[in-house]
Design a protein around this ligand. Sequence first.
Ligand SMILES: NC(=O)c1ccc[n+]([C@@H]2O[C@H](COP(=O)([O-])OP(=O)(O)OC[C@H]3O[C@@H](n4cnc5c(N)ncnc54)[C@H](O)[C@@H]3O)[C@@H](O)[C@H]2O)c1
Length: 387
Amino acid sequence: MKLGVPMEPEGETRVGITPMSLKKLHKAGFEVIIESGAGKAANYHDADYQEAGATVGTREEVLACENIVCIRFPGTEGISEGANIACVADPFRNPHYVKACMTSGITLLSMDMIPRRLSRAQSMDVNSSQDNLAGYKAVLLGAAHVPKGIPMMTTSAGTIRPAKVVIMGSGVAGLQAIATAKRLGAVVYASDVRKSAAEQIESVGGRFIEVDGMDDFEDESGYAKPLTPEFIQKVNDTVCGVAADADIIVTTARIFGRPAPITVPSTAVQNFKAGSVVVDMNADVGGNCEDTVAGEIITTENGVIIVGTSNLPGTLATTSSMLYSNNLTTFITSLVKEGAVVISDDDDILVGAPEDSDFYVKGMGGVLICKDGAMHPKQTRLGGVLE
Ligand SMILES: NC(=O)c1ccc[n+]([C@@H]2O[C@H](COP(=O)([O-])OP(=O)(O)OC[C@H]3O[C@@H](n4cnc5c(N)ncnc54)[C@H](O)[C@@H]3O)[C@@H](O)[C@H]2O)c1
């Protein structure tokens, strides 16, 4: 079984497989071919891969493999009919990738579609491994740009009060952001629209921002449901009110399969303190702050710094690649049966939680998006997007 690891497109510093994963891949029966230079930006060099037993090859050689594993969708050119691609295709935002694979008879396995509540999925969950690092980095970026110290300090020149940090959205990234800000010595407030988040926020040292009349906006899969416009307004007013005198605001809110919700409207930014920093973790997917410019750090007229840095996991490429590679290796080796990669309809990771399970979500399959020119019949939600 040949496993090809292509160079990622420009702007992506991570690599899909790191040398530390090769032992496990070889043991499962894979022969790994990596495109020359693919790991360089993450500090994994051709010689490291060769030493661990991989072949360093050209792009053509890599794409000719029957299994292609990477982070970004590599396109379909040069990839053979019947091959498998495992990557983060983000199919709800990129239905054209799905169509291209269907037209070319390529099997698309989208790692961001892992049914993450299944316990077997946890070691394959690239969303969690990357979001966790991104949440950590977001707070460091906030701390680097804010013109004041974070912890309380008692000095002979005077006492400094701790910085106030507000985290909007407390999923995987948000909880790590709360914990990181707390470790730096900040006083941390955090919001979410899922009631279960309150306890998690408190457990990592944050203070939950209560919103009057809050219902529970959690769906069967544990993600947030879309909110009514009235309630969005109410949450935003309350949370942005708490953020008005904050030093750092980190926005992490997302709704599965939809554009990022606005949690910081422009009118709220106008009330934020001069010198405060908003780090928008969703700058790449529309932004949570109305004033965010993707890929840029801007300062508003009233002196608020808005950090729209793209691809936060990619700013920690050595670590994020290592965790991604561990997730991907666990996933791809789990598909090997008697020396071949088997795409089976009995595999819950591939086709989603079974109907009688607590984690079944109607219309949602798993990682398997399309095979033999057709979308998997369980992906009916995605099918709706493709029409
Ligand atoms: N293996 C598992 O069981 C597993 C793994 C990972 C995540 N999870 C759970 O899945 C859930 C979602 O996690 P995620 O990090 O992927 O979420 P996500 O990235 O989809 O969204 C980030 C957070 O934003 C919140 N949010 C959405 N709209 C908001 C708004 N307007 N204001 C404030 N917050 C808003 C969401 O509720 C979520 O907590 C969490 O409960 C998490 O603990 C479970």
